[in-house]
Design a protein around this ligand. Structure first.
Ligand code: HEM
Length: 559
């Protein structure tokens, strides 16, 4: 299911501190057991619902459950195999349309976007992040997206490119050191430190040094901002109680109104509120005094964009506007302090895990396929053999980008997204009723052999211009699609390419007897749902590429 369904679904929202967590976890487990007994028994043979039959959609006659040994991905694949590319379901008391039909997805995500602006769930939280772009609905989303989109455009990236590069060099130096030590590297943690450092620096201008530093409050709170650990229980309860009408919506309203449960870790919320509130206030004062800062960051850009809205002249930017094409409404009110805070926290949350997972899996694939790594290295040597990598140089790394895309195809960090229908609509005989949710499993689309021959193989050339022209663009939607596309896509490519340039110039990434997986042992086994997570932490080894015996000094902090 969607990120919001898996990670922040109502019951994930249950817990905010460890004592309460233990009690509530126990209560949730008992509730789940009772619910399981009352609403779903594996022996039950009676049809669970036929709502979808009059809507022109095929649907399973027996209740669907994701428990009792089944796993989410497998179940979804079985359903699609059995019923075709579009299947009607009832889960958590809601109607869900599961579809991998690319024409229908184009209609939902792009052509008729105005009827599918919202994702399936909002965040059960009373903290600022719950009001941010990812979780906003309808006109609240439109207004925020219009204000923040121009600040994330590729044109604006030139302001922050040098700052990203600084962290990429530090990452490479760190790996050189590990190569000299002969140590294996828990690459997810290292990649997460890199992406978190980049965000702290480019988003808020903070003097972050997370790559080398063992303990960092910002990094720890960034990783733990949302209560991910209760994901399993939330799914268990929601998926099982399919017969309770409007269960999810009722839980959402209840948990939010009683204020007992919060999907956000409140300690992390307080930490970020303190750090970010003072940073925002300081920056506002600087802007009022007309002082120009040496290094521009996203906060500066956001304050300017907000000021423009207040002055009645919202920023225009070809990408920002294009990303809102086909939507209604214009931003007439600037972001208030709470919204600024929420947006800042969202950038940390949305940018940290996704980019770190992609870098982790990309380095693993390069270690697994040394000949592909050699090609990336050769391209880097040809395009920018040494010195600084400007955004233009980075744009010319075509093969490197194919490798990143192939990594995203095989390992999409967010494997599923969702949409919710505002009104009832019929497309080609399929009716999606008002309030129904659409489940879009990317990982299923990107493994379809009709679209991607030999889908399990890592073949970067699939993304050459000729191959791309032959394919429906909806077949590769790992950043989403339409006006609600990932806001940080250009930034993610910049971060990933800068990291690869500086790492591969200095070291080779390899698998050996001490790595996880070991050399020749095949792929990485991942957990079946939610954000893409390997079952065992991936450990990679690095070898010096040339004379890197000197103590690294390339990353002197010039900020
Ligand atoms: C490889 C890295 C990344 C991947 C694969 C990724 C993927 C996604 C996906 C699938 C969505 C949902 C799109 C949809 O519903 O159509 C999304 C939304 C979003 N992403 Fe990313 N993302 C990445 C990096 C980032 C970064 C670096 C940032 C910001 C710093 C970011 C900020 C956001 C935001 C704010 C949204 C919500 C957009 C909205 O609702 O309007 N993402 N991302």
């Amino acid at each position: 299911m969607a990120l919001s369904d898996h990670l922040i679904s109502p019951v994930v929202s249950l817990l905010t501190c460890s004592t309460a967590a233990t009690l509530l976890l126990a209560a949730a487990a008992v509730t789940a057991a009772v619910a399981w007994y009352l609403f779903y028994r594996p022996s039950s043979q009676e049809p669970c619902d036929d709502d979808w039959s009059r809507l022109g959609v095929r649907f399973p006659k027996l209740p669907i459950t994701f428990f009792g040994g089944s796993n989410f991905r497998l179940k979804i694949s079985q359903l699609l195999e059995q019923y075709g590319d579009t299947v009607g379901l009832r889960l958590g008391g809601r109607l869900w349309l599961l579809t991998v039909n690319l024409d229908l997805l184009r209609t939902i995500m792009v052509k008729d976007f105005n009827n599918f602006v919202d994702r399936a769930d909002t965040l059960n939280s009373n903290t600022p992040i719950a009001r941010s772009l990812f979780f906003a609905t309808g006109n609240h989303w439109r207004r925020q997206r219009q204000i923040v989109s121009p600040t994330f455009s590729s044109g604006k990236l030139k302001y922050i490119s040098k700052t990203v590069e600084l962290s990429a060099k530090k990452l490479a130096d760190y790996l050189v050191q590990r190569a000299k030590d002969g140590a294996v590297v828990p690459i997810k943690d290292t990649s997460a430190r890199y992406s978190c450092e980049v965000i702290a620096r480019i988003a808020f201008g903070l003097e972050a040094n997370f790559i080398q530093e063992e303990a960092s409050e910002f990094f720890e709170h960034g990783k733990n901002m949302l209560m991910l650990s209760y994901e399993g229980i939330s799914r268990f309860i929601l998926m099982s109680m399919h017969r309770v009408p409007n269960l999810v919506d009722t839980c959402n309203r209840l948990f939010k109104s009683v204020q007992l449960f919060d999907a956000v870790n409140l300690t992390s919320n307080t930490y970020f509120k303190t750090v970010l509130t003072s940073t925002i206030a300081e920056r506002k004062m600087q802007q009022r005094s007309g002082k120009e800062r040496k290094h521009v960051d996203f906060l500066d850009l956001l304050l300017k964009a907000n000021e423009a809205v207040r002055a009645g002249n919202p920023e225009k930017d070809e990408e920002g506007n294009a990303s809102l094409a086909g939507t209604e409404g214009v931003a007439t009110k600037d972001l208030d302090d709470e919204e600024m805070l929420g947006h800042s926290m969202l950038v940390i949350f949305a940018g940290l895990e996704t980019t770190a997972t992609t870098l982790q899996m990309c380095l693993f694939e390069l270690a697994r396929y040394p000949e592909i790594q050699d090609k990336v290295y050769t391209e880097i040597q040809n395009v920018l053999p040494e010195g600084e990598a400007s955004p233009e140089d980075i744009n010319n790394l075509h093969y490197t980008e194919w490798v990143i895309n192939e990594t995203l195809r095989l390992h999409p960090p967010i494997p599923t997204v969702s949409r919710k229908a505002k009104e009832t609509r019929t497309y080609d005989g399929i009716t999606i009723p008002k309030g129904a949710c659409v489940m879009i499993p990317f990982w299923h689309i990107v493994m379809d052999p009709k679209i991607w021959p030999e889908p399990e193989k890592f073949i970067p050339e699939r993304f050459s211009p000729e191959e791309k022209d032959r394919r429906d663009p909806m077949a590769f939607i790992c950043f989403g699609q339409g006006p609600r596309l990932c806001l940080g896509m250009c930034l993610a490519y910049l971060e990933l390419k800068q990291a690869l340039v500086h790492i591969l110039r200095k070291v080779k990434v390899v698998l050996n007897e001490n790595t996880e997986p070991k050399k020749g042992a095949g792929g990485v086994e991942v957990k079946s749902s939610g954000l893409l997570t390997p079952v065992k932490p991936v450990l990679l080894a690095f070898e010096l590429r040339q004379d890197n015996t000197q103590t690294p000094n390339s990353s002197d902090d010039t900020n």
